[in-house]
Design a binder for this molecule. Structure first.
Ligand code: ADQ
Length: 735
């Protein structure tokens, strides 16, 4: 694999300006740790904001900062105070953050914020484009940079792009609230690999892609014109060994080397051995459910008074986004609640809640993780939540209980925790009691499972799995493009064409010569197509056949006056130029009366769908229906039909947004071969877009030139990406 670069809002270092000295302080966060291993190993750069507003630094200093960062393989995107205010504090944290965490009432819909978001994303993309070379790989992080993937892809399509979202992706009903929802989806879809923490977020994303963009999705792949985008869940891990080693180290420290905090904690336990500590750690954010946590703790003390005086909640809140109104209000609310609980249940010797509004050094965090009997993690929404994993990794004696909100992504991986609903105060209160009274054996049993899992899938495994998937996507893209018609292939086909005496040319109609319409009757040929076909017909060596699944009537009308043969209903009927319709096979239609009622019930239950009746087939069309419901029903219908078709010698064909039931033993391959019988064609050509055309690609002789429209897997020799590419190809052929 070539170089891998990282792009994130913040660089993995902070800058400390001391007089004239520039000091770079590496960040110790989980993302920085995981990504450092990636971009260093793959000799890439890390592109991001260095954390200082550009207004505060003059040009000379800015140049020196860039130089210092370069030594760390970092490339800085300089942002002014105004840009940070509008793009970061603004659109990222006042619009996207509340939207993606289901706080619709907090969303700021200010177009000025959106414009700043677009222009700052463009700044990041431009910086990345300066750094990138074709063939490189880039991994973009998080909700602040949702537009960057597309901004890069449109300029450098040869770059492989990964995108990872660290927060939840909301359900479509919430996502659609945003006026710029389509732009965001388009932005993300510039990536070749899109990662989420959980399958649920992936599912929500698919739903928005289907409804807003109408793209087809199969399994975890989205087909966008000539590209495949892969979407997958990669639950982010932590640097497990770092936490474990630090926790072991702290346990072994002699008393005089212990920190003030640690000594304070030990004093607390010395007062009475049955004292217990509950830990709560978060950024002070409304998504973290801090007020409810305090309410639940109060409820617990009320319902289980035997614990009053014995249990303390240590609540750590890291200051966050302090200029945003809702965060200021939240801070006030939390402080009031802490005051209330302490006032109601405390006394001179007992403070039920120890509240710290500040960041803590790593060592103090570990001291808390390893000293607290219970960790209370109750966000109302959280992409993953690393605190829960860090607590588990720090429990060297394998005891401790974790109470975990079902709304945190991490709950999907931590079934052994006590799972609660963060709005159910009583349930949380009862869980605290359950945790505090849980026998040690049970605690260990649960903790062993948790630790094994979190150790196995740590942050290094997470990043390496993502990188592995990136290289897999790259391979898929390469193989998709391998058979694509290029200048050399075009020359070869054209030369065979010119050197031939009699040519059979099979053309599928819908999705090949013309695009799909919501109503099939609207897909008549336009003037450009008529002219193209007239030109093709001019050469007497060309025997042209339109081979389609359609019925006789429309094609006959549309191609009146052309010198074109027709094969319709997948081969049931054929009509040579100036001749009558002939049945190619002995098809029957007596089965229709038993299949029609089944299709009718599906039409009734699925608005926007309808039945098309052909002589020897029945077609259920669902292009106009709501895509998700239609996909679901299509699977249901196939399932129901499968049991019926064996009795009637029928086949089910799955076309583009249609399911067709037809008499068995007839297909485009068989009928094309019948057409070729006893003739000496020395140039055979076929083009088609869906899997009904695959029969043709397989049955035609090896020497035939076969072309698939679309870049997915095919038996055809070559591929082109679209209807307009088919038209260009035919025009080139006869040039
Ligand atoms: P956050 O919302 O920041 O991250 P989280 O995953 O819990 O939430 O990470 C918080 C980090 O901050 C932890 O590593 C923790 O140790 C540290 N921290 C917390 N309190 C601290 C304190 N007082 N002092 C020092 N450090 C403290 C976003 C998403 C999450 C997702 C992560 C990673 O919101 O859902 O898990 O990104 O993808």
């Amino acid at each position: 694999m070539n170089r891998i670069h990282i792009v994130s809002n913040r660089l993995p270092v902070s800058i400390n300006l001391n007089d004239d000295q520039i000091e770079l302080i590496p960040s110790v966060g989980g993302l920085a740790t995981g990504m450092r291993s990636v971009y260093k190993a793959y000799k890439g750069k890390w592109i991001g904001w260095p954390g200082l507003p550009s207004d505060d630094i003059d040009q000379k200093l800015s140049g020196r900062i860039d130089k210092a960062l370069e030594k760390e393989d970092c490339v800085s995107v300089h942002l002014s105070k105004k840009e940070i205010d509008l793009y970061y504090d603004g659109f990222s944290n006042r619009t996207i953050w509340p939207l993606f965490h289901y706080f619709a009432q907090y969303i700021d819909y200010d177009p000025e914020l959106w414009e700043a978001f677009v222009s700052v994303n463009q700044k990041f993309a431009d910086k990345a484009l300066e750094t990138l070379e074709e063939g490189d790989t880039i991994w973009i992080h998080d909700y602040q940079l949702l537009l960057v993937p597309e901004m890069i892809k449109s300029k450098k399509p040869g770059v492989t792009i990964g995108f990872f979202l660290h927060i939840p992706f909301p359900s479509f009903e919430v996502f659609r609230i945003l006026p710029w929802r389509k732009e965001l989806i388009q932005g993300i879809l510039g990536a070749d690999l899109i990662g989420f923490h959980t399958y649920d977020y992936q599912r929500h994303f698919f739903s928005s892609v289907r409804r807003l963009m109408g793209y087809d999705i199969s399994f975890n792949q989205i087909q966008i014109e000539d590209r495949i985008v892969i979407v997958d869940a990669f639950p982010m891990g932590i640097d497990y060994d770092k936490f474990k080693t630090a926790a072991t180290g702290i346990l072994q420290k002699p008393l005089q080397e212990k920190s003030d905090l640690h000594r304070e904690l030990e004093k607390y336990f010395l007062l009475s051995p049955d004292r217990k500590l509950i830990l709560s750690i978060d950024r002070l954010d409304y998504s973290k459910g801090i007020p409810n946590r305090l309410r639940a703790f109060a409820k617990f003390l009320e319902e289980y008074p035997e614990f009053v005086g014995k249990v303390t909640l240590i609540m750590l809140a890291v200051p966050s986004r302090g200029t945003v109104e809702h965060y200021i209000n939240l801070k006030r609310e939390v402080e009031e609640l802490v005051g209330n609980v302490n006032g109601q249940f405390g006394n001179i010797n007992y403070t039920p809640v120890w509240y710290f509004y500040r960041s803590m050094p790593f060592e103090s965090l570990i001291e808390l993780y390893s000293s607290c009997d219970v960790c209370l993690v109750t966000p109302v929404r959280d992409g993953m939540n690393l605190v829960a994993k860090e607590y588990v990794a720090s429990r060297t004696n394998r005891t401790g209980v974790i109470i975990l909100s079902e709304m945190a992504g991490v709950s999907k991986e931590m079934g052994e925790a006590l799972i609660i609903n963060p709005n159910n105060i009583k349930e949380i209160a009862d869980s605290i009691n359950q945790a505090l009274t849980m026998p040690l054996d049970e605690q260990r049993e649960r903790m062993i499972f948790l630790q094994d899992r979190i150790k196995r899938y740590d942050v290094f495994k997470w990043s390496s799995e993502f990188v592995k998937s990136l290289s897999k996507v790259e391979q898929i893209q390469t193989s998709m493009h391998a058979k694509r018609v290029n200048a050399i292939i075009m020359d070869k086909i054209r030369s065979d064409y010119q050197n031939s005496k009699m040519r059979a040319i099979f053309l599928d109609y819908d999705g090949t010569l013309t695009g799909f319409k919501k109503n099939p009757n609207d897909a008549s040929p336009n003037e450009e197509l008529h002219q193209l076909l007239y030109k093709l017909e001019e050469d007497p060596r060309n025997v042209i056949t339109i081979i389609s699944g359609r019925d006789r009537a429309s094609l006959e009308t549309w191609f009146e006056g052309h010198k074109i043969n027709l094969i319709v209903e997948h081969g049931v009927w054929s009509k040579k130029v100036d001749r009558e319709w002939k049945m190619l096979s002995n098809a029957t239609d007596t089965w229709k009366s038993s299949i029609q009622p089944i299709l009718e019930t599906f039409v009734d239950r699925t608005p926007g769908t309808f039945i098309e009746e052909k002589n020897y087939s029945l077609v259920w069309h669902f292009r106009k229906a709501e895509p998700e419901q239609a996909d679901l029903r299509a699977n249901e219908l196939k399932d129901e039909l499968t049991t019926m078709i064996a009795n009637h010698n029928l086949e089910i064909l799955e076309g583009n947004k249609v399911i067709e039931v037809k008499t068995g033993g007839i297909n485009k391959g068989i009928s094309a071969l019948q057409f070729l019988k006893n003739k000496n064609f020395d140039f055979i050509f076929a083009v088609g877009d869906d899997w009904t055309d695959e029969y043709m690609f397989k049955e035609l002789p090896e020497s035939a030139h076969t072309i698939k429209v679309g870049l997915t897997h095919t038996a055809a020799k070559y591929k082109v990406e679209s209807v307009s590419a088919v038209r260009t190809f035919l025009a080139e052929l006869i040039k």
